[in-house]
Design a binder for this molecule. Sequence first.
Ligand code: ADP
Ligand code: MG
Length: 731
Amino acid sequence: MSNLRFKAVEEAFKKKAVAVSAPDSLTSKYYGKYVFNKEQMAKYLSKETLKVLTNVIEKGETLDRELANHIAAGMKMWAMELGATHYTHWFQPLTEGTAEKHDSFIEYSKAPGSPVIEEFSGKLLAQQEPDASSFPSGGIRNTFEARGYTAWDPSSPAFIIDDTLCIPTVFISYTGEALDYKTPLMKSLNAVDKAATEVCQYFDLKVKKVYSYLGWEQEYFLVDESLYATRPDLMLTGRTLMGHESAKNQQLEDHYFGSIPTRVHAYMKDLEFEGYKYGIPLKTRHNEVAPNQFELAPIFGETNLAVDQNLLIMSLMKKVARRHGFRLLLHEKPFAGINGSGKHNNWSLGTDTGVGLLTPGKTPEENLQFITFVVNILMALYKNNALLKASIMTAQNAHRLGANEAPPAIISAFLGSQVSATLDKLENSTSDEAIVMDTKQRMKLGVAKIPEVLLDNTDRNRTSPFAFTGNRFEFRAVGSSANCASAMIVLNSIVAAQLTEFKKTVDAKIEKGATKDKAIFDVLKEYIKTSKPIRFDGNGYSDEWKAEAVKRGLDNETSVPLIYDAYLKPESIKLFESVGVFSKRELHARNEVKWETYTKKIQIEARVLGDLVMNHIIPVATGYQSLLLDNVYKMYQVYDKNQAAKLSAHNTGIIEEISERIATIKSKTEKMVEARKIANKIDDERKKAIEYHDNVFPYFDEIRYQVDKLELIVDDELWTLPKYRELLFVR
Ligand code: ADP
Ligand code: MG
């Protein structure tokens, strides 16, 4: 092992588990301590302020300056008691993660005696103007009109990190366009609330609001910090650009649900403690399939809050990892040849009357509402499968989807045999059979009974990107590093648009004289027929499915830059405008950002790859080759020609192989650099991204192939980069 690598491995093995124990063993004692939640509000705000604020949060009423001042005063008192000295607006720009700019509470005091005082007014709470010129905006805001502003979202509670009060905000340009994820997310939640509530009223007039719920499952890798520090590719790109498969990886499937390694367990405990302080209801933790891969999941919650909590936990995960000598990898595919990381988005809708709209009803027949929502979701998915795929696609996630590993780059929905059977029955029945009235003249399902607990809850299809799992859909194609909002914006928007159309169609039929139940039945029946191509219960990983999906007309594009085109199709623009989520200008701007980000990611990877092969791989391989040459040379000094040739056969073979591989690496790298130069000259972001995808990216695997072969033959002592077996098994 090379000196550097040996040291890193030695360091890694020396690390012991540092168990951080919670200050109080009772989770409920510190749960939510650092969040300005309802309990804290009740303590620090007057009854009147709290009442008005509750209306702002629940009914979307506007926040006036006086109210903001009252809230700010209470918040400041709470925050200072917990040691906060600074505050920041915490927002979600179109990069990954969150952004913050801290300001201290201090102001010059006008009173004599004390030079400064702590101040935090309603104005500062409600709005901030970060110099936002360096955030991606797709040209909405160039550097000359750099101002954008952040505005408080009272529906997400403020929290304290270290010494800073963090206020969740939206981030908008001066001309009113969203520059973030939170703004359109909130709009999409409103849209789905409105559309779904109207549909619910066919069944229950008491429903006044529908919530979108999200329960994310976050997968991640941990790598020892010392090893990480000696892998420039991991440090700069988040993934390994080279590295031969470890002889043992995940083939024995002994890691999944296995006992959690001690150091990792300490990490998880510490992380949970941190999460609980912020009221993140972490529930599940376990080993994942790949070595050194793990998962955590909270109890699901309202989507806007769940998205914030996921972003917060991702940053806590990074921080806590360092306390334990780990580095956190959220990249969707840090290691070739083993599973990548996703973030399943468990999504459902529920009413303010406490009914889960994706939960089969208590009495088997009362499932018409449930079926109505399921069928509309299928329709939304069928019509917008390309768009939904675009919402989760990134340079990183492309390594999971449609590449060597599944799920495929095709969106389909899995329902399970019971719900499928019900839809089939409905499709083949008459309206009199399908929908009947109960004694109170409420509509209920006449055909097929759906048991309250679905059997195939447990035997579910793991290969489906969008699977019904008993009381929710699980959208599995979301990437581990992504902001869930991107997928949630599209999903809620397409479902909102679909429900609105459904309502319009049903109402039109009623107007023409059809009864309500017949109108609903007719439309559902037609939808079941039309949306059939999106339903797929078979093996989504198979090649047959890819061929079949093409026949069904589902989108199967795998090129990331082209996948983004789905956002700009006329029907997509119309849809987003109709639900009030994005304007055409915003959609164009956001796509510019997507293409630019894609290009930059590939560009950085290409550079790192080029550097590594030139100053790590080729020198090391050449060094080893020289040693072999030395040996061969000496053979000829000691033995006669024939004997020397025989004894050196193995080494001369390797010498030649090294030369050949180096030559290939060199020429491919040069070609890659040339391709980059051509791409860089292109101004149009879309075209540039396509060029990077088509003509730069393909060199990565070709170069890597040669490097990984060299790794197998070069003396282990000389190899500088930690190998997969070390990165994946040291913990
Ligand atoms: P899995 O069996 O899929 O691995 P997990 O327990 O890891 O399940 O995670 C399931 C996630 O789904 C959790 O976050 C859970 O709270 C969430 N969930 C459960 N029911 C619903 C629902 N009705 N709506 C949204 N999310 C839900
Ligand atoms: Mg899980």
